[in-house]
Design a binder for this molecule. Sequence first.
Ligand SMILES: Cc1cc2nc3c(=O)[nH]c(=O)nc-3n(C[C@H](O)[C@H](O)[C@H](O)COP(=O)(O)O)c2cc1C
Length: 200
Amino acid sequence: MLIVGVSGSPRNQATEHILTQTLDILKVRGLETMLWTVRAKSMKYCVNCNYCLTRKTCVFQDDLKDLYDSFAVAKGLIFATPVYNGGVSAQLKTVMDRTRSLVAGDKNFFKGKIGMGITVGGDRAGGQELAQWQIHTFYLINGMIPVGGGPFGANLGANLWSKDSLEGVKLDEEGLRGLKKTTKRFVEYIDLYAKRDVYE
Ligand SMILES: Cc1cc2nc3c(=O)[nH]c(=O)nc-3n(C[C@H](O)[C@H](O)[C@H](O)COP(=O)(O)O)c2cc1C
């Protein structure tokens, strides 16, 4: 039961730290995990060449290939992003856009996988919810089951405030509480839905 976490930060700082912590919790809950980071990776933007629509593979063969192979077998995905200008990082957006080649090959590629989002902003209200919504929109478009944090505490999911530092995010008690609640629900959803093979 593989869960793939993607860090959309080009640094090993707040976002990667929080994602690592989340995957560690999932490991304790008996899930197999994999962390993939955009950091130091080579990946081109989608250029809408439509090569994938006929060839069922991307015209670019770069570092996204390995990630997408793991997406194929994953039961759950966790996209984690720093908030850049009120949205996801360009790097995470590239990971999303280039999946067009996967969906061109199989429109149900992502269907039924469980999805959770983690956002980390330098400001307290810096656009975390907008970035979270961008992640959930990707999940919805692709037929995934998006997981929020639930009412009374986490709502849309894990949204953290770093004050622009690794130390800052470790002190964000409210954000960490939301992360805990969202992770708990993610595990519940994996137990509820991902163990069934209902999407054929
Ligand atoms: C290009 C850029 C744009 C940013 N825009 C925002 C923003 O809109 N809102 C916000 O809260 N923080 C913004 N930040 C701050 C980062 O979200 C914050 O420093 C975060 O902790 C970075 O994550 P990392 O430590 O994992 O790299 C921005 C940072 C960069 C580099």
